[in-house]
Ligand binder design. Structure first.
Ligand SMILES: [Zn+2]
Length: 130
């Protein structure tokens, strides 16, 4: 194997290792105070609806800059934002920023569009359909 190929192989191995280390970082539940590795945590990325304007502007969805995540230890939802229930607040927290950086290392990040009474399974199917 030539040196160039060898280096590329090593980089691949190191990147994989680096990914695994990041995915082992933990997040603390605000309800039960237990920590869970983020590779086991499902996150919902919230979006809010913008109504049509005038005769040209169609309706669309934008990111609310809000994450919630589900604690597998106690089954409660945690908020990672500071806007309360106001979808337009756009106020982020250090936790939100940290989760944004670590987005690829979570088990999954599902896009959420205010669907009521939807199960996680139904939400997953919707992601595939998009
Ligand atoms: Zn918990």
């Amino acid at each position: 194997m030539n040196r160039e190929k060898q280096i590329e192989e090593e980089i691949k191995i190191l990147e994989e290792e680096s990914f695994q280390i990041k995915a082992r970082r933990t997040i603390k539940c605000s309800h039960c105070e237990k920590r869970t590795p983020i590779r086991k945590v499902t996150v919902l990325a919230h979006n809010h609806y913008i109504s049509p304007t005038g005769c040209m502007g169609g309706d669309y969805w934008v990111s609310s800059k809000q994450f919630t995540w589900w604690c597998p230890k106690c089954g409660e939802w945690n908020k990672a934002h500071d806007g309360g229930d106001n979808p337009y607040s756009q106020r982020t927290t250090p936790l939100y920023k940290w989760m944004s950086i670590h987005r690829p290392h979570f088990a999954e990040v599902l896009q959420y569009h205010n669907e009521r009474d939807i199960t996680m399974e139904e939400l997953r199917k919707k992601q595939d359909a998009r």
